[in-house]
Write a protein that binds this ligand. Sequence first.
Ligand code: 3HC
Length: 294
Amino acid sequence: MSAQQQTQSLSSKIDNVGVIGAGAMGHGIAQVFAQAGLNVKLNDVSLEFINGGIKRIEGNLSRSVEKGKMTLDERKMILSRVHPTESLEDFKDREFVVEAVLEKIEVKRDVFKRLDRICGKEIILASNTSSIPIAELAALVSNPYRVAGMHFFNPVPVMKLVEIVQALQTSNSTVEAIRALSIRLGKTPVVVKDTAGFVSNRVVCPMINEAIFAYEQGVASKEDIDTVMKLGMNHPMGPLELADFVGLDIVLDVLDVLYREYEDPKYRACPLLRNMVRAGYLGRKTKRGFYEYP
Ligand code: 3HC
């Protein structure tokens, strides 16, 4: 059987997955896998980070129990499927791995090189990156056709979309395996090409940027800008609230990638956004962005 056929056949029997990164996205990804009945190993750089992620999963599930959407036994069962591990070496028995580590190319490069050494050569390696080219990560491993983007949205347990990013090297069978897996998670997958910002961030980040320009120019207050988009466009959050929610550093990273890749001035990040990131006003995660979160 060719390595490519092996990838295809594996898709139907993915039950043991690995999630790297227990932060804002990683903990949610681990939760949705465990809720779908898969066995999850959750890794991060320290046990403290992993336990922080597990605490967030516990909190999310407790809210579901309080609302009567889940029983205590179901909560217990889901949590029993999430296994913390500080050692990536433990991923050698995984049938599928997705990483949601820091959005830094050098960190992701290191993760992919290590996964290539540790995991079976036919195991699909996915990245939840919001802006790093998948082709660059795929080029680091043997059998690059098994690498793809599996882009989730925050908050992962709530948001229905998975953007599957197909790089030049990614095989159709890898895409199909991730599509099937996404459906098992109760998500709606959409396949996009490996281009800067994919579809989601190419559209949403310039919108956020434009709102920041409008705010900087004093067109309206931040609250009113958000109200316009919530009540006028039916967005669940206004763009400035959303920037705080996603993280101003992430929005800036995406805009910088769009600007560099397309060399089009329409993607130029608003100087206010850059200054806020420099000041460490990153949004909810630092308790201060456009709004304050005491
Ligand atoms: N984790 C898990 N569940 C959460 C949650 C979280 N952080 N926040 C809210 N929820 C759940 C609630 O428990 C509730 O569940 P229920 O329907 O079972 O009762 C449901 O979501 C609705 O929550 P609330 O009633 O408390 O609040 P809202 O109705 O205001 O919804 C929201 C909150 C879902 C976050 C909504 O405001 C929203 O959809 N905002 C926009 C989010 C968005 O655009 N995300 C994409 C960001 S871009 C991205 O992630 C890509 C990256 O690459 C940058």
